[in-house]
Structures are given as structure tokens and as C-alpha cells.
Design a protein around this ligand. Structure first.
Ligand code: V55
Ligand code: FE
Length: 494
């Protein structure tokens, strides 16, 4: 097929844009604080060709890397495709050759054995290198100055895992990057590779273990003592893939688990602790040690939040009926067989952030996105579940205090990134993209303008201190990452 379908994965902020471009000196309303000096990188799925079949999902679209470069209050915007093996093969053929999301049995025979990853989920910065990542393959290194693709990253041939998470965790004191890959040994295997790269970006440890079932391990957490994998019953099955079916199917009747081990320990020390049945989490907010207790805070829902993962498991529920909460699981590690205590600590939502300095530590604030129950009119269509978030919340996990920032009627909000302030006692800034409808809500869902907002991190309720106007409708981002000017100046790729 050569036309894009008109399903939720291709309308609203999911409308195919496919434009690589550079725009200098965007219009700025208000004043950009001096501390906001660096680059905001965004991972943007936007498939270069119409899909092979009559529908596709946004998670399967080619990754683009976008950048807002901010220096002395001036802002430039750039966006380019990540030139994965898959992107280049399809570019040459001028059509889609790769079939359904994470199912190689649906591909054109000409691409058998080629790397299927689209590197569309998170820009990751570590030790002077920028990567575009997706959990089904290895990361691709990107030049942070030109956005050109350098190539697939395997730690100079050292990495054994075939996959690399889109959610590594970087310890703020040691500078080490803790990461993992699941289905590390191939499609539907139980293999999980647990790895550590030192502060200079050398792979210093890679150990493999089996997870209890082949689940989608989208994120994990570290504390000062532990590495922790909460896992949920959304499972892969090789026979289903061979029959052309979905990679993931959610199972409402199976338990969740937490795998926990000392972060510098041996994988033989891992303990699996059973959790509630049928629940689902894509993103953990943070985790920390509290004496012998370990607290793990997560954006939890009572079933899988993605319709296509529910439906493959025979679960038919409307998106708006899904319940959830910011949820804390606490483990008492002084016990031989620790059990899990659960309590809600905040309203439902997702795309959570903490400051880099709070990673794996006791923390007093976090930010995440939600649906505003008081918004007038429906949310803007788009994003991986088909409807965008329209409320930014700041929460104090210790006391549950929530403050929030709304967006203009019918507007959408993408995941923010935090930028520290150089001023003592100042909580820093957030940057994020806001999509604002050009007409009244309910008009053409593809007709909107994207703006970059700069917001005081501890006063989100005040709204933006600066708005950067692109004048363009940008496609939905997945995750975004801030990189300071100092880090950019010291990047390994010039
Ligand atoms: C997620 C995103 C993905 C994916 C699997 O946010 C899970 C969850 C953008 O790609 O492939
Ligand atoms: Fe994610």
C-alpha cells in the first residue's frame, strides 16, 4: 500500500510530517533564563514510508532525532532521521520492507536478518556520546552537533546483548550508566543482560539472567545499593509471532514481579518477589534506600495502557476507563523473603521525570503528565495511545502535594526535561513542547502549532516564563533529554 492509513496512529499529532529541516532563530516570547543553555533532544517516531499493511502503530515508526539548541536566549531547531539499517534499506527501495511491530515474520523476504530497530524512543547522553535508543535493538550513536547518524553502538564490539533499553539510569555521583537489554539473546528469549558502563563510557560489566516470563521490560530503577526490575504480565510468544500476530499480549491473570539484586552484585543473587496480578507499568519515577527498606515509585495502571497490547490478550476496555495511580512499592530487604507493600502516592499519569541529581536517591519532587479532568473539550488526538496528555503535574512524593500547569484548550503536552539552576536554592527549569490548536478545539486535528515552553520547575502553576514558537506542527515525541552546553562542548564526536 502506498497511502498512509487514517487510524489513530496517523492523525492529530501522529500525522506523518517526514520533513528533515533546520530553522534558525525561532521567535521567542518572554525571556529564556541564562541557565537554559544547551540542547533539548527529542525522539520522534515518524515513518518515512506508508506501512506495508493497512495499519501500523506509532511505536513502529522510524525514529527522528530533533533538537532545540538554546544559546544566549536564541533558539535553533533541527530534525533528521536516524539512519538505521532499516531506514536505509527502505530509503533505497522507496517503500516499507519491514512489517509489523517487532515481528520479523511479517517482513519482505529481501530484508531477512537485517536490524529491525527504528531507534525511536529515547535520546540518551552518557560519557560524551549521544544515542538514540529503542528496546528491541542496540542504540544508534548520533552526532549531537549535526544530528548525523554515526552508527550502531556496541561498546567497541564488547556488548553481547542484542538489545539495549531506552531507559538506562545514570548514577549522579559515580557517573556510571546502569542498563539492561531484554530478549538479549534473540526473539522471545528470557535472557536479560545487566550491564554497567563506567563514567568514561567503557562497558565494565555484562551479566545475563532469565526473567520469569518473557515480559516487556520497558524501564528499571537503581538505588545506591540495588538494581531493580519491576516486571508485568505483558508477554511475547514465538508461535504467535510466526503466525503473523502481535509481539505483546497482556495477561490479566498472571502476577507481576520485582527482581532485585545488589547493583554491583552477581546475578545469582537476584530475588524475585511476587506482586499484584494484571497490573502494568511502563515507567518508574525513581527508587531509593531507606534503611533496610527500598521504595519504588511507578506510574501504575490496572491493565496495560496500550490498546493493541490489551486487545492481543483479549482484554477489551476503553482507554478512558483505565484506572491507575502513582504507586509506591516498598520492600523490606532485612527479611529472607521480602514481601511487597503497595500504596498510592499520587494521581494517575505517565512520562515522569526526576532531577538527574535525585536519581536513585531520596527525593522531594517529581514531574509527570496527566489528563486534566476539568479541561473543556476533548484532548488533542495523537501520541502512542491516541490521545495526548494536557496537564503537567509537580508532586512532592513525601506529602502528596500536587501543583499543576494547564495548556491552552485542546492543547497537548510532551514529556518535559529538567535543567538545574546555577543559583543556590533555585529548583531549576523545565522545558517541554506544547502543541496548540490553530483553530477552536474540534477543528482539523492536524492543524496545530508546536511551541517550546520554559517553566520554573518549582512553580509550574505560574505557567511559562518563555515560549519559543516554531510556527510548525511537529510530530509527537516519545522521550526528551536535556544536555548542557558544557557536555555538548565536551562531546566525543566533534
Ligand atoms: C514504549 C515505547 C516504545 C516501545 C515500547 O512507552 C514501549 C513505551 C516508542 O517505542 O517500542
Ligand atoms: Fe519510555
Amino acid at each position: 500500500m502506498s497511502a498512509f492509513p487514517q487510524t489513530i496512529h496517523f492523525i492529530g499529532t501522529n500525522t506523518p510530517r517526514r520533513v528533515e529541516m533546520s530553522v534558525r532563530n525561532l521567535e521567542v516570547e518572554g525571556e529564556i533564563p541564562a541557565d537554559v543553555n544547551g540542547a533539548f533532544f527529542r525522539a520522534v517516531p515518524d515513518n518515512a514510508h506508508a506501512p506495508m499493511f493497512d495499519d501500523d502503530i506509532a511505536l513502529n515508526h522510524d525514529g527522528m532525532i530533533a533538537r532545540f539548541n538554546i544559546e544566549d536566549g536564541a533558539v535553533d531547531f533541527d530534525i533528521k532521521y536516524v539512519e538505521t539499517e532499516r531506514y536505509l534499506a527502505e530509503k533505497e527501495a522507496r517503500r516499507a520492507l519491514f512489517g509489523r511491530y517487532r515481528n520479523p515474520f511479517t517482513d519482505d523476504p529481501s530484508v531477512e536478518g537485517k536490524d529491525r530497530t527504528v531507534a525511536n524512543t529515547t535520546p540518551v547522553w552518557h560519557a560524551g556520546r549521544l544515542f538514540m535508543t529503542k528496546e528491541d535493538g542496540r542504540g544508534y550513536q548520533v552526532n549531537p552537533h549535526t544530528l548525523d547518524t554515526v552508527g550502531r553502538w556496541d561498546y567497541e564490539g564488547k556488548l553481547k546483548s542484542q538489545t539495549f533499553t531506552a531507559h538506562p539510569r545514570i548514577d549522579p555521583e559515580t557517573g556510571e550508566m546502569f542498563f539492561f537489554g531484554y530478549e538479549a539473546g534473540g526473539l522471545c528469549t528470557l535472557d536479560v543482560a545487566y550491564c554497567i558502563a563506567d563514567k568514561d563510557g567503557n562497558l565494565v560489566k555484562e551479566q545475563w539472567f532469565d526473567q520469569p516470563y518473557c515480559s516487556t521490560i520497558h524501564d528499571f530503577v537503581i538505588t545506591e545499593k540495588y538494581a531493580i526490575w519491576p516486571i508485568f504480565p505483558t508477554l511475547a510468544d514465538l508461535d504467535r509471532l510466526k503466525a503473523g500476530g502481535a509481539h505483546w499480549a497482556h495477561n490479566q491473570d498472571l502476577p507481576s514481579y520485582i527482581g532485585i539484586m545488589p547493583r554491583y552484585g552477581d546475578v545469582s543473587e537476584i530475588k524475585w518477589i511476587e506482586g499484584p496480578k494484571g497490573v502494568s507499568v511502563f515507567h518508574e519515577v525513581n527508587a531509593y534506600d531507606d534503611g533496610d527498606l527500598v521504595h519504588i515509585d511507578m506510574c501504575l495502571t490496572d491493565t496495560n495502557a496500550f490498546a493493541f497490547m490489551r486487545e492481543a490478550g483479549g482484554i477489551h476496555r476503553e482507554q478512558q476507563d483505565i484506572q491507575g495511580a502513582l504507586t509506591r512499592w516498598t520492600l523490606d530487604m532485612s527479611k529472607d523473603e521480602p514481601t511487597l507493600e503497595e500504596r498510592p502516592i499520587g494521581p494517575p499519569g505517565d512520562l515522569c521525570r526526576v532531577t538527574d541529581a535525585d536519581q536513585g536517591r531520596h527525593y522531594n519532587r517529581a514531574w509527570y503528565l496527566s489528563m486534566n479532568p476539568e479541561a473543556k473539550g476533548p484532548p488533542m488526538l495523537g501520541g502512542p495511545v491516541g490521545a495526548n496528555f494536557n496537564l503537567l503535574m509537580r508532586i512532592e512524593p513525601g506529602n502528596g502535594r500536587v501543583t499543576a500547569m494547564e495548556v491552552p484548550p485542546g492543547g497537548a503536552i510532551s514529556e518535559p526535561a529538567h535543567i538545574p539552576s546555577s543559583e543556590e536554592g533555585h529548583g531549576g527549569w523545565l522545558v517541554m513542547v506544547i502543541d496548540v490548536p490553530n483553530g477552536p478545539p474540534g477543528g482539523n486535528p492536524a492543524d496545530y502549532s508546536s511551541e517550546l515552553w520554559v517553566v520554573e520547575a518549582d512553580a509550574v502553576e505560574k505557567g511559562p516564563v518563555a515560549k519559543v514558537k516554531t510556527g510548525l506542527p511537529l510530530r509527537s515525541q516519545v522521550h526528551g533529554t536535556w544536555v548542557s552546553r558544557e557536555k555538548l562542548d565536551n562531546s566525543k564526536v566533534k
